[in-house]
Write a protein that binds this ligand. Structure first.
Ligand SMILES: NC(=O)CCC(=O)C(=O)O
Length: 303
């Protein structure tokens, strides 16, 4: 059964903040190299003193179901409890934690393959400016598609889907989490928005078939139907890799305006997030108060 994490808490006051998406390039078969490069790019992004830095989906390993079990790391995070970093078995968690502390910035650590007992998940971890691991999201909806002659991909060959909806609070906003294919499921974003999230951030890696048609459309749709900021951070495109990512990491405002977008190469996107647009969108088009849950019998308004 799906569980909502952190419910019944009041969101923080939404304040202006600076967001950075790091569209990493050059992900190779060598995990140590991938972690070193991600760290260097985080340090580069930190030069402008942002409040929150985001990495792409599967930033520490090649993207493909055969690779997930090979690269999977044990994290062992239990939500609501403090995480013992000294005993962590995850090199990726250790790197992300130490660099978050070093630069004193929030980091959404893209996603990595995570092993827990016999299962492997596609997992996003979050670090506060003290370097503490404070939230974790396991991709709920696995990327299983088959478009004949174009693309066939089956994450469920080796991955298990998560069964929780996750967000975290900072001193400037409540941030909802998803991973890539999760963006196709409006219910997940709607639940996060109803829980008071001001921005939804999904590390992702769309492909060259669906990317051109759906990547921007889905983000603008999720932003406007929930009147929230929405961002997705992709890896850069590498035509020598087994999976060709669309790139185009993007930030959209609650009126569906694209505020920042990368091209397909390695690039850092810097965007200022302003509560004024969030407030004026909701005041001018008050759909968040006009919903008719009495007419939607299968929707639980409490979530
Ligand atoms: N990594 C993913 O979940 C890819 C999702 C995708 O490309 C799509 O079209 O959806």
């Amino acid at each position: 059964m799906a569980t909502l994490m952190s419910k019944l808490t009041t969101p923080p006051v939404f304040k202006r903040f600076s967001l950075v998406l790091v569209q990493l390039g050059g992900v190779s078969a060598n995990k140590a190299d991938n972690l070193k490069h991600a760290r260097e790019m985080i340090l580069k992004a930190a030069g402008k003193k942002p409040d929150l830095i985001v990495l792409p989906e599967c930033f520490n390993s090649p993207y493909g179901h055969v690779h997930f079990p090979v690269y999977a790391e044990k994290i062992g995070y239990v939500p609501g409890t403090s995480y013992n970093l000294a005993q962590s078995e995850s090199d990726s968690v250790k790197m992300l934690s130490s660099v978050a502390k070093e630069i004193g910035t929030w980091i959404i650590g893209g996603s990595i393959p995570e092993r827990d007992a016999d299962q492997v998940y596609n997992t996003c971890t979050v670090y506060n400016p003290q370097g503490e691991l404070v939230a974790l999201h396991r991709k709920v909806h696995l990327f299983d598609i088959d478009i004949p002659g174009k693309i066939k991909f089956k994450e469920s060959e080796t991955l298990t889907g998560g069964n929780t909806i996750n967000f975290f609070d900072t001193e400037f906003a409540r941030v909802g989490l998803g991973i890539c294919y999760d963006v196709r499921f409006p219910e997940q974003a709607a639940i996060l928005a109803r829980q008071g999230c001001h921005i939804l951030i999904y590390p992702g890696a769309f492909n060259l078939t669906t990317g051109p048609l759906h990547w921007e459309l889905l983000q603008r749709a999720r932003a406007v139907d929930n009147q929230v900021y929405f961002a997705m951070c992709s890896p850069a495109r590498d035509m020598s890799a087994g999976y060709h990512a669309w790139g185009h990491s993007m930030v959209v405002d609650p009126m569906a305006k694209v505020l920042g977008e990368a091209q397909d190469g390695e690039e850092i996107v810097y965007v200022d997030i302003d509560p004024e647009t969030f407030d004026s969108a909701r005041a001018g088009i008050p759909v968040t108060q006009q919903r008719r849950f009495d007419v939607y019998p299968d929707v639980n308004a409490a979530r």
